[in-house]
Design a binder for this molecule. Structure first.
Ligand SMILES: C[S@@+](CC[C@H](N)C(=O)[O-])C[C@H]1O[C@@H](n2cnc3c(N)ncnc32)[C@H](O)[C@@H]1O
Length: 281
């Protein structure tokens, strides 16, 4: 396994993923009832954007740095404020488990899987002593199968694989399919790199055969070297997410654009009839 998120932390893909992760966590906080956050591919939890890896790639300069410096419309500013507050002013940029931790209330819990021992150890240090949060050094796809349905029956699963293995799509699909059988009302947010749109389209179609959801893609630059387009496939999204994303995406696309091809996609998928049988969280 060669993947190291240190090179990519705070890039345009992290901005989109973490901004929508925060909107989903805020939705779960609307009810007092506890929720559970499950992160299948957690990473190290905290990334030094002044460190050699981040400086070498320069990716955060076209991501979180642009957002921090931006002037936003009042509507987008209001929606992005909790995310921007949670990531702070730098140079340390928090990963998904650390961001999620800052939105947990006393009654909520988080389970964070990370396969790489050094990253799992760094994550434990980043999260500190917190009885609500557990770091588990294990395969996140297998972990997901063991951890659903959560006792709270409410919550969000983030599936954020490196996609450096050819079977990541297959494993992500199989684990969501198995998890939905046990927990049809759970919200699943799956990140995907959109290097070959046909592969991303096929994945979304297959997930749409399981449940209803929302596809959110942002292209910062034309396909070529490195990642130009990023995507999220959200199964059982909060009902507010589509409307919030419709405010955020035009603005994020304008801010994160690296060339004239920048654009976004916001597309519901799956059959309404399937979702209407699923109790909302
Ligand atoms: C894209 S990074 C995670 C970034 C993090 N979710 C965030 O948003 O800040 C992917 C992580 O998954 C880990 N990983 C790779 N395969 C895994 C597996 N099968 N189970 C759990 N973790 C895995 C890698 O070591 C890496 O730290």
């Amino acid at each position: 396994m060669n993947y190291r998120h240190e090179f990519h932390a705070g890039n345009f893909a992290d901005v989109l993923k973490h901004a929508l992760l925060v909107r989903t966590l805020l939705y779960l906080r609307r009810k007092d009832k506890a929720f559970r956050y499950i992160d299948t591919h957690s990473g190290a939890g905290l990334y030094d954007l002044s460190g050699s890896e981040a400086q070498r790639s320069g990716e955060a300069r076209d991501g979180i740095d642009r957002l921090r410096a931006a002037s936003l419309s009042p509507a987008a500013a209001e929606l992005l404020a909790p995310y921007l507050d949670s990531v702070g002013a730098g140079p340390l940029y928090p990963g998904s488990p650390k961001i999620a931790q800052s939105f947990l209330r006393p009654q909520d819990k988080a389970l964070c899987c990370e396969l790489l021992p050094q990253a799992a150890a760094a994550l434990r240090r980043a999260l500190g002593r917190d009885a609500r949060v557990k770091v588990i050094e294990r395969d996140g796809y297998e972990g997901l199968n063991a951890f659903v349905p959560p006792p709270e029956r409410r919550g969000l699963v983030l599936i954020d694989p490196p996609f450096e293995r050819r079977d990541d799509y297959e494993r992500a699909f199989d684990s969501v399919a198995a998890a939905l059988k046990k927990w049809p009302g759970g919200t699943f947010m799956i990140w995907q790199p959109v290097k070959e749109p046909e592969i991303a389209d096929a994945f979304c179609r297959e997930i749409g055969g399981l449940a209803e959801g929302l596809r959110i893609d942002l292209q910062a630059r034309a396909p070529g070297k490195g990642l130009g387009r990023t995507g999220l496939v959200v199964v059982n999204p909060p009902y507010v997410l589509e409307e919030e994303a419709s405010v955020l995406l035009p603005e994020l696309t304008r801010l994160l654009a690296q060339d004239g091809t920048a654009r976004f996609w916001l597309e519901p998928f799956g059959k309404k009839t399937d979702a209407s049988k699923v109790p909302s969280q």
